[in-house]
Each structure stands twice: as C-alpha cells, then as structure tokens.
Design a binder for this molecule. Structure first.
Ligand code: KG4
Ligand code: ZN
Length: 353
C-alpha cells in the first residue's frame, strides 16, 4: 500500500510517502526563520506559510518517492504521483487550529479531486508510532515487544503511554502544566536565546555546570507518575530576573545545563516510576525533545538497568514533527478500513489520544 502523509499542526509543512511502513520520501519545510523573530509560533503566519508551501511540498514528496520527471508545475507532479497513492493520511489534531486547517484543506481537496480514501490521524499517535518506521529498504528490522511503555516529549505534550499493540493505547501520565519542550523553549527565551530553545540549550549545556543553580524537582517524592515543569520555570525566572545581560551571557552554558538537567531529571524520575508500576517488555522514546543526545543516552542507561530494549525513531529528523509518522498511522488505520468522508473531517486542536 502507498500512503501519502500530510502534517501541518505547528511550524513545519510536511509531506511523506510510505510503502506500508517504509519511507519512500519525507519532506519537511521548516518555518523556523519566519517565527524566530517573534520568539514562538505565530498561528496566522504559520497558516499562510503552510498554504503557500503545502502543494509544492506534496509534489516534492511524490516526485522523490516515484522518481517523477522534473516539472515546474507542482500540480502536474501531483496528478502523476497521486495515481500511485492508495490512501491519504492527514493530521486532524492536536495542534494550532489555523495551521491544522491548511493541511486538512489540502488533504480533502486531493482526496476528493483524485478519489483517494482519506484517514484522519492523531498527531500524538504519530509520535508514538515513529519508532516503527523503516527506510526504503525496510531497515532497521526492529522487533518491538508489547506492551511497550512510551515516553513522548515535545513542544506540545509530555506523556507516558502504555502501547498494548498498534492502535491500542492507555494513557498513564501526562504533564500537569507545560510540556517539556515548551519549558525548554520558555527558559531559553528568558535568557535571550532564539526559538526553538531546545536545540540551542543542548548545544550550550555541553560546556556548563548542571548544578550551577538549585532548581526544584517537582513530584519526586509523590506517588504521582505525572510531569510538571512550570514550577521549574518560575524558580529559574526568580533566580535570574535581576541579572544584567552581561552576567547572563557570561553564564549561558551553566544556565542551559542547569535547566536542561532539571527537565531531564523530572522526565527520567517520573518515567522510572511508571516502568516499575507497569513492567513493560520494551521502552519507546519519541517526540522533538528526544532529538537531544544527552536525554537519549540517559534513557538508554535507564533501559539497560531494567534489562529492557529501547527504541527511538530510526533517524534524527523523525524525532521532531514530520509526515512519515502521520503516514504510518494512516497505514495501520487503512488496513482496518478506518476511513473518513472528506466532508466530515474537521480540525480538532485539542484532540486527545
Ligand atoms: O515534536 P516537535 O517537533 O513538535 C511538537 O509536536 O511540539 O517538538 C518540538 C520541541 C520544541 O520544544 C523544541 O525545543 C524541542 O522539541 N527540541 C529539542 C531538541 N530539538 C527539538 N529539545 C531538546 N533538545 C533538542 N535537541
Ligand atoms: Zn509533534
């Protein structure tokens, strides 16, 4: 089965083509430069950029997947490429409402114009299934045993989910306030760093002292498996609020290392409690924050300690938002004939898992 995936829930305009679970093409057009100067995503700017880019991005994904001849008109490529597509999957939510609308409108248009069945996809389910993706040669040959306990951490959510089998999920814990990526982005902004803050903090933290400030560790001593990051952000704010620019810039690596360490300690500690409670057969770790090498190595060590196999998305670019993860969900839903009439599909900004 050939699947076209479309994802526009935040600031990446994405399209991908899968053959079953194997990636044939994965195009990501990032809008970071557009939103950077505002310190975060501006929903209506995102919407307009998605609308301008979505058809060229879909055309590019189809061209790469099917080795189509160059054409200056995206619609010629789309017409040729879609002849081979069996199903279209699009992100329905959660995400920014205007941004979601741009992808959904394009997916509905293509589904109706070319009579291709449509599947509505939950963005979080996309992150959950990203470790199951394979390259065009069908590698890596992963054998993920169920139940798997998933830690998924991004700019929009932070959750622990028990994956009993594909399509059967039990939410175990979630953040009570900010998402972990959101906390990193907000702390970065507070000390004058650019957007998104997560990768910048990672770079700076390498040379910093992670015990430079004394930051709280919320929920450590409670039974709760949930996450919380807003107290951390507030404590950080009160410690640096009276610092002048020079003092901040001189200590950037230490500030980055301390904040990052506090966020990761929280993720690790709460996830470790969930591991003990739910005794899974494997661990999955997904979402934009997993692009961080330090976090991945700390999770690998945790998995080793519990003698459990751990799986991440097989490529760095599959941690952050992409359409391949949307297409793999659509693949599994299409096998169960879970299609939606384009007329009935509406965006769902607060969709839960
Ligand atoms: O999954 P994603 O692309 O979008 C959402 O669904 O939110 O995640 C984006 C988040 C941002 O908060 C960003 O700062 C964070 O992931 N992020 C990172 C890294 N790369 C992206 N956080 C820590 N280290 C990184 N290398
Ligand atoms: Zn995401």
């Amino acid at each position: 089965m050939y699947i076209l995936g479309i994802e526009t829930s935040a600031d990446d305009t994405c399209a991908a083509v899968l053959k079953d679970d194997s990636i044939q093409s994965n195009i990501i057009s990032s809008q970071i430069d557009l939103h950077k100067e505002w310190g975060g995503i501006v929903p209506n700017l995102a919407k307009r950029a998605h609308q301008e880019r979505i058809y060229p991005v879909v055309a590019q994904a189809l061209k790469r997947a099917f080795h189509l001849k160059k054409s200056s008109d995206p619609h010629t490529l789309i017409k040729q490429g879609l002849k081979k597509i069996d199903v279209i999957g699009v992100t329905q939510g959660p995400g920014l409402s205007p941004a979601l609308g741009a992808g959904i409108d394009a997916a509905k248009d293509l589904s109706e114009t070319y009579s291709i069945p449509l599947v509505a996809v939950n963005h979080i389910e996309g992150h959950l299934l990203s470790p199951f993706l394979k390259n065009s040669k069908g590698n890596p040959k992963t054998d993920i045993k169920f139940p798997a306990l998933v830690l998924t951490a991004s700019g929009g959510h932070t959750k622990t989910v028990l994956l009993k089998k594909i399509g059967d999920y039990q939410s175990i814990a979630h953040t009570l306030d900010d998402a972990s990526g959101e906390a990193l982005d907000k702390a970065a902004k507070l000390i004058g760093l650019s957007y998104p803050g997560g990768p910048i903090i990672e770079r700076l933290a390498k040379d910093g002292n992670e015990n430079f400030l004394d930051l709280p560790r919320p929920l450590f001593h409670s039974k709760s498996l949930d996450y919380s990051f807003s107290g951390l952000k507030t404590a950080f704010y009160y410690q640096v609020k009276d610092w002048n620019e020079e003092k901040i810039s001189k200590n950037l690596p230490h500030l980055a290392a301390t904040f990052q360490n506090a966020v990761f300690d929280t993720l690790l500690k709460q996830f470790k409690k969930a591991l003990k409670t739910h005794s899974p057969k494997s661990i999955l770790a997904t979402g934009g924050v997993m692009a961080n090498k330090d976090l991945r190595s700390r999770l690998r060590a945790l998995a080793k300690k519990h003698s459990l196999p751990i799986f991440f998305p097989p490529k760095q670019e599959l941690n952050t938002d992409n359409a391949a993860m949307i297409a793999i969900v659509a693949f599994h839903k299409a096998k169960k004939k879970e299609f939606i009439n384009p007329k009935d599909l509406d965006r769902s900004p607060r969709l839960s898992l």
